[in-house]
Design a protein around this ligand. Structure first.
Ligand code: SF4
Length: 244
């Protein structure tokens, strides 16, 4: 009769000296590197070329739309920007608007007064310091009024093709719930993702995480029953399918 070696109840070692095999976790993650790779392979298979849902036509209109989207939905921004871009599609034209005129165009978007102030200052700075162009470095972008790290990451990624990962509220939630990149701050999550997301997936990583959080891994009730990564995700308990 063959006797299987038994595991010591506390040490996890097999009697006889052999260790139980546990896959090594990716640095900063609660998942193994193979699980991280698998998550992004599934995102890619599901949606090979994800796009931002903000409407824009060039780096400048993208930058304005991303600034406007802070603490607001993309759809609320998309409802306001056609009329705004009709009269102010360049930094020169935006800089020429009065604060009252701009406020009137964006008043349906959250924290619009602050955004109007920032956007006019931003447009003036682009004209005065960047010849009316959107700069393509993080340092120069983050020096613009109303532009933080997330906005800079999105502009660098979408307008200039950099493999940056912008962490908004959706990406932050997905990274934490799944165990992919747990962190107390968006920066912590971003730095972990930069370390563990394979290079080939980095360009689209932030879109996949944002879209997954917006449509499936929703804030109040994640729709785990139809989630393509639910077998890997560490979140518990998983939400069951609604009863018909
Ligand atoms: S299984 Fe649920 S909690 Fe986990 S990523 Fe999917 S929707 Fe989110």
């Amino acid at each position: 009769m063959t006797v299987q070696p038994k595991t010591h109840p506390r040490s996890g070692h097999r009697r006889g000296g052999k260790k139980r095999h546990r896959p090594k976790l990716a640095p900063g993650s609660r998942l193994s590197q193979a699980q991280v790779d698998e998550i992004f392979a599934r995102f890619e298979a599901f949606d090979p070329h994800p796009k931002t849902e903000l409407n824009y036509s060039d780096p400048f209109t993208l930058l304005v739309a991303v600034v406007l989207s802070a603490q607001a939905t993309d759809s609320s921004v998309n409802r306001a920007t056609p009329e705004l871009f009709r009269i102010a599609s360049t930094p020169e034209k935006l800089a020429a608007l009065s604060e009252a005129e701009l406020t009137d165009k964006i008043k349906t978007i959250g924290i619009y007064r602050n955004k109007a102030k920032n956007l006019i200052a931003l447009a003036k700075k682009l004209v005065e310091q960047h010849r009316g162009n959107v700069p393509n470095t993080r340092e120069a972008l983050e020096a613009l009024p109303g532009v933080g790290r997330k906005t800079a990451n999105v502009v660098l990624n979408v307008a200039f093709g950099e493999p940056t990962i912008g962490i908004d509220t959706h990406a932050f939630r997905v990274a934490n719930r799944t165990g992919l990149a747990p962190g107390k701050t968006p920066l912590e999550v971003e730095l972990t993702l930069n370390r563990i997301v394979p290079e080939r997936y980095k360009h689209y990583a932030h879109h996949w995480l944002i879209l997954h959080g917006r449509y499936v891994c929703k804030a109040r009730t994640p729709e785990c029953w139809r989630c393509i990564i639910s077998d890997i995700c560490l979140y518990k308990p998983k939400t069951p399918a609604p009863v018909a």
